[in-house]
Design a protein around this ligand. Sequence first.
Ligand code: ATP
Ligand code: MG
Length: 445
Amino acid sequence: MRLSKYFLPILKETPAEAQIASHRLMLRSGMVRQASAGIYSWLPMGFKVLRKLENIVHEEQQKAGHIPLLMPTLQSADLWRESGRYDDYGQEMLRVTDRHGRDMLYGPTNEELITDIFRSSVRSYKDLPLTLYHIQWKFRDEIRPRFGVMRGREFFMKDGYNFDLTEADALHAYNRHFVSYLRTYERMGLKAIPMKADTGPIGGDYSHEFLVLAETGESEVFYDASVTDMTFGDRAIDFSDHAALQSIYDEWTTPYARTDETHDADLFAKVPGTAQRTSRGIEVGQIFYFGTKYSEPMNAVVIDESGERVPVHMGSHGIGVSRLVGALIEANHDENGIIWPEGVTPFHAGIVNLKQGDTDADAACEGLYQGLLAKGLEPLYDDREERAGAKFASMDLIGLPWRVTVGPRGLKNGVVELTSRRTGESEEMSPQAAIDRIAQIYGRA
Ligand code: ATP
Ligand code: MG
């Protein structure tokens, strides 16, 4: 993309309403624009990041054997009356009436709708296990939308639902989600720690939240410092192997890590004093096992091996995809702007032409631009007639991990400069070497 042809409405001033870094930086770098309280338009660069996160979530869910579909945003109130949640949900639910006077709602989550889909088509235990998920906009009329996309009213969420014959199978589904979430966040370049959590209005017996440590997080968390050193890495996993997944779950849940809702001071006291940590965290996902809480009232049953009708065991599992964009920036920025992890960056590298209109500089930039495209990468070429200082400031603000700086002086010696946004370190090399290095970093050599 050539910046002169793109739509990147960068703001010079820091918007007064933004209280935290990610909100400020998303507004300043032209990623989002507030449409009304807690509701945002995703401008091109923000939309690119959102799509990248969505793709990672899709890939990791499907590796775990979970099947994508798409349910609507508007739902009929009748289903929610069946589960008893229409009245329970309270004012966070946005209720609307259609022209025929029928009660509808903008879905805050989808347990009822998916259970209805399940019960209308699945009859036999032979069709289990089954996990269906979608990534769709949700609406919760939050009393205090704030921090930009972190606590919006309209937000983008992946929600998955497992249907199993037995509790043991449903707990295996729980573990599949647990492990696939570890992989998902790591691929995004994020450390999200699973913590034992309260089940809240969803109900149920088991729940874990995944939290990104950040001072601006809304949850208070207590943990053993050793958990922050754990990484999942690229271990090969067989998602159908019950014992293997259970052992990964055990490994990750052994160090103490809880939110304030489940915090147990006596247990925490057993963590060695030097390893005890209290801090704040951003909830980027949550998984639940809730047995037959929805299948019983909604009559989601299958015929089991002995011919008996039994309610299925269920769980639901969410990832806050739009909140993750904010959480990623909270965890990756400095005073000059965003620092995208390579796995989610909107463009792979920026090209800064220090002297637009100079024949050699223009030709070298064009060569770099085409060379990176040929490697299957997406460069952002700042080809505007701007001062070098302004171009650097924009690049730092939008935070692409790599920047190639091209100027007539370097070109006299046949070199351009490759700079890491994260470390600030620069290295001179030939334009071709810069292309090869960037391609290698992204695994496209
Ligand atoms: P919170 O406690 O932050 O209100 P929740 O526990 O009510 O969230 P869940 O029902 O667990 O939310 O939804 C799954 C995920 O969706 C959350 O882990 C979070 O990442 C995201 N999410 C929930 N509410 C919002 C919101 N208002 N804005 C953006 N993302 C949200
Ligand atoms: Mg939650």
